[in-house]
Ligand binder design. Structure first.
Ligand code: PHE
Length: 455
């Protein structure tokens, strides 16, 4: 199988378009909703430190590997891995790695859309002023009234999924760039303002900074290390082919290393800002940092309910969050849609509707996990918890591991060197040592550690 020189889906208009799209994919619910709550559940500082180390030592090299594989293969992840493995005289079994990714993206989208739907519902709640003067208990019961109502959750889940399908059907390149160009800076400014607001809480702000940045290693468990690593993959959209498929639309001349560093830094800064906006409110209102997935939805509304113009400001904040989730959801479904278009010769429109509808159906499990299906427990988790655990902590790190093994051990040195085109040989060698040894060994140790085989 020979590889095409261009993607049939076209190319990004510029290097910036790629950076924007990849940042749009990376920055989403993972940064603003998920990072604060898992940091809270896992004890703060030490967890955050492990997460940051994982971003630098595993996330960044994996991102470079994904982009280079995508750009070289120029097709959806399954076909890309098939043609690159035949070019490198390796087994075509590597295409299954593409399959794991397609499946992970589909699973993630199913629950991602439900949470994004909750954020949509919050746009209207916030704008309506229900949070004015709200207390922690009040905010909590407003959240419960939303999640306890399967019909409402279902309606918002449906709206969000349809929006995602519409963009993907039209081709991700046309609208995405414009959307992200406006949304990302605006979201960033909003978060900075919220951190400024939180800073007014004085002692609680320093308590939050200590909580997030002073590591207490006694709080670190094998489980929390796995969660920190899984989140590094989730937040950077790695291990399932989203960044790979975006890489396949990238022109040859752009520097993969610089772009990966830019995207990773932007993503990390947004997550840390979200943490610094949320935790001071947690402490100032006597709430518990380990409140779980409701954390974002019960803390920020308290701030919006007490600041001048908070209803409008909060409404805009949730609108931006929905947009950020939207640009991530698009990248979750793109690999599967590209696969259908390339292999089944169906139109983009039909492909997006097919994948979107299937993910919507699976999403019902998550919708019900918050209410009538709260008691459907498997392996000690709700259906939503299980889908999240399986994808984030197992499928993405496993996919990422195989991706770097492919880039570091299967692809010839010449191939990766040519694709990365890093001018300084030292940087190329650092990357190569990371993908061949450091990152795979780290991932394997975390896995073995978790199942109790080492450590
Ligand atoms: N990175 C996205 C976020 O943090 C989620 C995502 C995961 C998107 C995997 C694509 C692939 O919200």
């Amino acid at each position: 199988m020979t590889r095409p020189t261009n993607s049939i889906h076209g190319e990004w208009s510029s290097r910036w378009a790629f950076i924007l799209a990849a940042t749009g994919s990376a920055v989403g619910l993972g940064n603003i909703w998920k990072f604060p709550y898992i940091a809270g559940e896992n004890g703060g500082g030490a967890f955050v430190l492990v997460y940051l180390v994982c971003i630098a030592l595993i996330g960044l090299p994996v991102m470079m590997a994904e982009i280079l594989i995508g750009r070289r293969g120029r097709q959806n992840p399954v076909n890309t891995l098939k043609s690159l493995s035949s070019e490198e005289n390796a087994s075509s079994t590597w295409r299954f790695l593409g399959w794991i990714g397609l499946l992970a993206g589909f699973f993630i989208l199913s629950y991602y859309s439900v949470i994004a739907g909750q954020a949509m519902a919050y746009v209207f709640r916030t704008l309506s002023g229900v949070f004015t003067g709200v207390t922690a208990d009040g905010a909590n019961s407003i959240y419960q009234s939303l999640t306890g109502d399967p019909e409402r959750l279902l309606a918002w889940h449906t709206v969000f999924m349809v929006l995602t399908m519409v963009v993907v059907a039209r081709g991700v390149k046309s609208g995405l760039e414009k959307l992200v160009r406006v949304v990302m800076p605006a979201l960033f400014i909003m978060l900075v303002i919220l951190v400024g607001y939180a800073a007014n809480t004085g002692e609680y702000f320093s308590q939050a900074v200590d909580f997030l940045f002073v590591p207490d290693f006694s709080k670190l468990t094998q489980e929390s290390i796995l969660i920190a690593m899984g989140h590094a993959f989730f937040t950077l959209s790695l291990g399932m082919g989203a960044i790979m498929v975006y890489g396949s639309y990238l022109s040859k001349s752009s520097s993969i290393a610089t772009m990966s560093v830019t995207v990773s830094i932007a993503d990390t800064v947004v997550a840390l800002l979200a943490g610094m906006a949320i935790f001071p409110l947690v402490f100032a209102n006597g709430m518990s940092p380990d409140a779980g997935f409701s954390l974002l939805f019960v803390t920020l509304p308290i701030a919006f309910g007490h600041m001048a113009g908070g209803a409008l400001f909060g409404g805009i904040f949730f609108i931006l969050l929905v947009f950020a989730a939207w640009s991530s959801a698009i990248s979750l479904i793109e690999p599967a849609v590209a696969w259908l278009v390339e292999n089944k010769q169906i139109s983009r429109r039909r492909a997006s509707v097919t994948v979107g509808f299937a993910a919507w159906l699976l999403g019902l499990l998550t919708v019900f996990s918050f209410n009538i299906g709260e008691g459907w427990i498997l392996f000690g988790m709700t259906m939503f918890g299980l889908l999240d655990y399986l994808t984030t902590n197992i499928m993405l790190p496993l996919g990422g591991l195989l991706i770097i093994v492919f880039a570091g051990w299967i692809m010839a040195k010449n191939s990766t060197q040519e694709e990365l085109a890093i001018r300084s040989p030292i940087f190329y060698y650092i990357w190569r040592i990371l993908v061949r040894y450091v990152s795979p060994i780290a991932i394997i140790i975390v896995f073995l550690n978790k199942i109790g085989l080492v450590g």
